[in-house]
Design a protein around this ligand. Structure first.
Ligand code: ZN
Length: 245
């Protein structure tokens, strides 16, 4: 079985299409989405529609929740909030309903799926071995996919080890499983990478090979930036796409 992992699309249709084009040639049996299909970018409806058509195993992200509920954006910074308020007005009833139907945690095929972290809080970021630890303690599967930080990387916890090991996968890298070792993998963000590589990120999980390949896919960043400015979205959100931060 080969899973295509697409996280944090953030309404970036150009990046999503590029990633799906790349995955088309890679024999994907099933898609997995760790959330945040909307927020920040200019094409929320098109992105949700495309993702829905893939019928992925999916969980809800914090921007998805905030696009449905005015109370959920309180802790967002001003630009993220401006984008989510705009997204809330744009989203069609059907697409809102799809996002509303997503659960915060999913388990399939010895894999746990959550947007932020399993513990201590669902919207916590996993950006260090110490932040990964509570999720390792809470997960009952060998593998967990997360999103949220927009960093392509993984954490591995060996039997008896006190602290997980953090492994960067910024420019693309393949993880090969070792028996008894457990993993938390962030495939990076399709639509707003923050790990210094502006190319769209995604991953392929191959259950037969026991591998997760993190990929980087170039896309027309300028096209998305133009679209954002035309829609009146905050210009720093457009600029950061060019830098991958
Ligand atoms: Zn996100």
């Amino acid at each position: 079985m080969r899973y295509g992992i697409i996280s944090d699309v953030h309404s970036n249709l150009v990046a999503l299409k590029a990633v799906l084009g790349e995955l088309e040639g890679r024999d994907i049996d099933k898609f997995v989405c760790p959330g945040d299909t909307v927020g920040y970018g200019p094409r929320p409806n098109e992105c949700v529609r495309l993702v829905r058509e893939l019928e992925p195993v999916s969980v809800v992200g914090n921007h998805d929740v905030a696009a449905l509920d005015t109370a959920a954006d309180e802790w967002f910074n001003a630009m993220a909030r401006a984008a989510v308020v705009w997204t809330r007005q744009e989203l069609s009833e059907g697409n809102s309903e799809y996002l509303r139907g997503l659960q915060p945690v999913a388990v399939f095929d010895d894999v746990t799926l959550v947007h932020g972290a399993l513990a201590p809080d669902l919207w916590d970021y996993i950006s260090s071995p110490w932040e990964a630890q509570p999720t390792f303690e809470a997960m009952k599967t060998q593998l967990c996919f997360v999103g949220h930080s927009h960093f392509a990387e993984w954490y591995e916890l060996r039997p008896g080890a006190a602290v997980p090991l953090q492994v960067g996968a910024t420019s693309g890298r393949t993880l090969t499983f070792t028996n008894g070792v457990r993993y938390i993998v962030n495939p990076g963000s399709v639509g707003q990478p923050r790990d210094g590589d502006p190319r769209a990120a995604c991953a392929v999980y191959d259950t037969d090979q026991g591998t997760v390949e993190v990929l980087r896919v170039p896309y027309d960043i300028a096209e998305c930036q133009r679209d954002m400015l035309e829609k009146g979205l905050p210009s720093p959100l457009a600029q950061r796409l060019g830098l991958g931060v």
